[in-house]
Design a protein around this ligand. Structure first.
Ligand code: ZN
Ligand code: ZN
Length: 552
C-alpha cells in the first residue's frame, strides 16, 4: 500500500483568523502529523464576556502519539494566539524563528510555564527534520518581521504553505522576500500550494512599507502640534517608520500601551530597531512642548482598553490631546470595527483634532498579496494544485477562479475539517471530514459555543434575572414575605411589583401541601413558570428565574 500525504485545516478556511493546519504522512491509520500555526480569532459582541476563540484541536489530540510538533509561521495572533491554550494538550516541541519565539516565550511566561525546553528556535532560511517531513523556512514579506513560508517536503513530494505574505520590495525591517528560493522550489516541483487569500479581491499590488514611510514623513512634517499615531504594535517596520519620522522632524517619541512595549522589547532583543532614537516614558513626555513629541500608541481598531480610546476619552493618565493636534490611524479599518472607529474619529474632530486615516491619506499598506502579487507567486511556484486558505468564502471562491484563470490544473476548495488527500492520486481530493469546531475562552476556561455559561450570560443580558427566596416554616407555611431580587428587568415600581408577585406566589402555594418535602421540586417548577409568566405580562421580559426554598 502506498503512503498518503494528507492536509486538514482545523481553522482559517472560511474565515480570516484562528489558523490551524494539520499535515499527515504515512500508511492509512498510521500517519505522522505536524501542526502549522495555532491562532485565535476575536469574538464580537454577540458572545458576551468572551474575547478569544480558537479551533477545537480535538482531532489532532486523538493523534497525539504520532504527533511530531507545532510549527509557527509568524507571530500574528491569528497564528500563535492560542498556543498557550492548545500546547498543554500536546506537550510537544514548538518550532519558531527568533522573533516569534520571543513573543511565544512571553505568552508562556504570563501563564507561568517555562517553555524553553520545548521551544526550538529556528534560524531564518533553515530546515528542520521531522521525519518523514523536512520543513524549510522561507523568508517572505508581510506586516510583521520574520514571516515564513514553509516548504514541507515528504517522500511523496513537496507542499508550499505560504503563510501570510505579500511582495514588498522594501520591507524596511528584516530580510527581503526570498523569491530566488521560491523560484527554485517551483522548479523542483510543488504538488500543492496552500495560499493566503485575504486580498484576492484587490487589484494591483498591496504596496510597500517604504512608500508608507515616505508619505508619513510628508504628513508629519506639516504638523505644528502634537502628533499621535496609532497602528498595530506587531508591525515593526511601521514602528520604525514612526521613530524615523520623529528623528527627521526633531521630535521625541513615546510608546504608549502594553503591546507596543512588548513588541519593541522583542524586536530589540532579536536585533531589530537597532538604529532608532531612544523612546521616552509617556510620563516624561508630558513635560515636552507639543510640537516636539510623537506618541505611538495601541488601539488602532478603537478597542475599548486600547490607548487610543483612552486618550480620546481623556482618561489616559499620561497622554493628553487637544485642538490643533493630529491623530493618524496608520492601519486598516478592519470590517466590523467601523462603528467603534468612526465614533472615535467623531469624538476627536468635535474637539478640533485633525484625524488622518487610510480614508483620507496614504498612511497604510496591507500585509497580504493583491492579485499582481499572487500572480508572481503562481509564476514562481507553478503548483500542480492550489488550496486557498486565510479567507472568507468569498475570498476562497474568488481565489479558486483566479487559479483556474492561471491554468493551475487542480484548484481545491476546502472548509475547516476537510481532509484532503494530496498523494497518491493525480489530483488532490477531499475524501473525509474531521471533527472540527470552535473553543471559546470563557474566563480561563475553554468552552463550546453552546456551553451553559455562555448561553446563560446571553440569556441574562437579553432578559434579566429574577431571584425569589421563600422561607417555609415547620408547620408548612410561608414565613413572612418572599425575598424578591432582580437585575436587568425594567420594573418602575419595585414595591408594587413585589406585592403583586407575592399574590401570585400565594395562589400557587395554596395548591401544594408545603409539609410534603417530596413536592418541593414540583412546587419550585410551578413557581418558576408563574413568576416568569407574570413578569413577562408586566414588563415584556421573561427573565432567567431562580427559586430558593429554605425550610426552618
Ligand atoms: Zn499575519
Ligand atoms: Zn494571518
Amino acid at each position: 500500500m502506498k503512503d498518503e500525504l494528507l492536509y486538514c485545516p482545523l481553522g482559517g478556511a472560511g474565515e480570516i483568523g484562528m489558523n490551524m493546519n494539520l499535515f499527515g504522512y504515512g500508511q492509512e491509520d498510521d500517519h505522522k502529523w505536524i501542526m502549522v500555526d495555532v491562532g485565535v480569532t476575536f469574538a464580537d459582541d454577540s458572545i458576551p464576556g468572551v474575547d478569544l476563540i480558537y479551533p477545537d484541536p480535538g482531532y489532532a489530540e486523538d493523534k497525539k502519539d504520532n504527533f511530531l510538533g507545532i510549527i509557527l509561521t509568524h507571530a500574528h495572533e491569528d497564528h500563535i494566539g492560542a498556543i498557550t491554550h492548545v500546547w498543554p494538550k500536546f506537550k510537544c516541541k514548538i518550532y519558531a524563528t527568533p522573533f516569534t519565539a520571543a513573543l511565544v516565550t512571553e505568552k508562556f511566561r504570563e501563564k507561568k510555564i517555562d517553555i524553553t525546553s520545548y521551544l526550538q528556535i529556528v534560524q531564518l532560511g533553515s530546515t528542520i527534520n521531522l521525519k518523514p517531513f523536512k520543513i524549510e523556512f522561507i523568508t517572505m514579506t508581510h506586516s510583521i518581521v520574520e514571516p515564513n513560508g514553509l516548504r514541507i517536503e515528504t517522500p511523496a513530494g513537496s507542499i508550499l504553505h505560504t503563510g501570510d505574505w505579500k511582495c514588498d520590495p522594501n520591507p524596511l525591517v528584516g530580510d527581503n522576500m526570498n523569491s530566488k528560493r521560491l523560484i527554485e522550489i517551483g522548479k523542483e516541483g510543488v504538488l500543492t500550494m496552500i495560499c493566503d487569500s485575504t486580498n484576492v479581491l484587490s487589484v494591483g499590488r498591496s504596496g510597500s512599507e517604504k512608500d508608507v514611510r515616505d508619505s508619513m514623513l510628508k504628513i508629519i512634517e506639516k504638523q505644528k502640534k502634537r502628533v499621535i499615531v496609532t497602528s498595530f504594535a506587531s508591525n515593526v517596520a511601521r514602528m520604525e517608520t514612526i521613530f524615523y519620522c520623529a528623528e527627521k522632524t526633531g521630535r521625541n517619541i513615546s510608546l504608549v500601551g502594553r503591546s507596543m512595549h512588548r513588541i519593541y522589547k522583542a524586536a530589540k532583543q532579536c536585533g531589530y530597531l537597532s538604529d532608532v532614537i531612544e523612546p521616552i516614558d509617556p510620563r516624561d513626555a508630558k513635560n515636552i512642548s507639543s510640537e516636539k513629541i510623537i506618541y505611538l500608541c495601541t488601539g488602532s481598531q478603537g478597542e475599548p482598553m486600547g490607548a487610543m480610546n483612552r486618550i480620546s476619552n481623556y482618561i489616559h493618565p499620561d497622554v493628553f490631546v487637544e485642538a490643533g493636534d493630529t491623530v493618524i490611524f496608520s492601519s486598516k479599518i478592519i470590517p466590523g470595527n467601523e462603528k467603534k472607529l468612526y465614533k472615535l474619529h467623531n469624538q476627536l474632530v468635535r474637539e478640533g483634532i485633525n484625524v488622518i486615516s487610510e480614508e483620507t491619506d496614504f498612511v497604510h499598506v496591507s500585509g497580504h498579496p493583491n492579485r499582481d502579487d499572487l500572480k508572481d507567486m503562481y509564476e514562481w511556484i507553478k503548483p500542480n494544485s492550489i488550496i486557498p486558505v486565510h479567507g472568507e468564502q468569498r475570498h476562497m471562491l474568488e481565489h479558486i477562479d483566479f487559479a483556474k484563470k492561471l491554468n493551475v490544473p487542480h484548484p481545491i476548495k476546502v472548509e475547516n475539517g476537510d481532509i484532503v488527500r494530496i498523494f497518491p492520486g493525480d489530483s488532490p481530493e477531499v475524501f473525509d471530514k474531521a471533527p472540527y469546531g470552535k473553543i471559546f475562552l470563557d474566563g480561563n476556561i475553554g468552552v463550546e459555543e453552546e456551553s451553559k455559561s455562555i448561553k446563560e450570560r446571553r440569556n441574562i443580558s437579553q432578559n434579566g434575572h429574577l431571584d425569589i427566596t421563600l422561607i417555609i416554616t415547620t408547620q408548612g407555611n410561608i414565613h413572612n414575605t418572599p425575598i424578591v431580587n432582580f437585575m436587568g428587568i425594567p420594573i418602575l415600581n419595585t414595591e408594587e411589583f413585589k406585592i403583586s408577585i407575592q399574590d401570585e406566589i400565594d395562589k400557587i402555594a395554596k395548591s401544594f401541601s408545603l409539609n410534603n418535602k417530596k413536592q418541593d421540586e414540583n412546587f419550585k417548577d410551578a413557581l418558576k413558570v408563574t413568576c416568569r409568566k407574570f413578569t413577562k405580562e408586566k414588563t415584556g421580559k421573561r427573565p432567567i428565574t431562580n427559586i430558593n426554598l429554605v425550610r426552618i
